[in-house]
Design a protein. Sequence first.
Length: 101
Amino acid sequence: MSDTPTFAIYCKDKPNTASVRAENMHLHRAYLGATPTRILLAGPLMSEDRTQAVGSLFVIEAKDRAEAEAFNAQDPFRGLDLWTSIDIVPFTVVRHGFNAG
């Protein structure tokens, strides 16, 4: 793992926004593919029955909170006002079972 600090970004969708998410997923994925920010983990938060995305989770490397906030601010989902809440917190990777390279 890198010595760069990591942050978890936990975003909850607003109610009744599944169509906004689906219609703009291509923009969101394009951003994630093009950003220079190193993304260690990213994926949707799912409903209990796993039939619908209800938010997003990211674990990223960023030199500080401001850089983590900038990463999130540039996500098209943020610009579309999809999320009702966004929590950005320092995160320490203690163990992982995947190749984060």
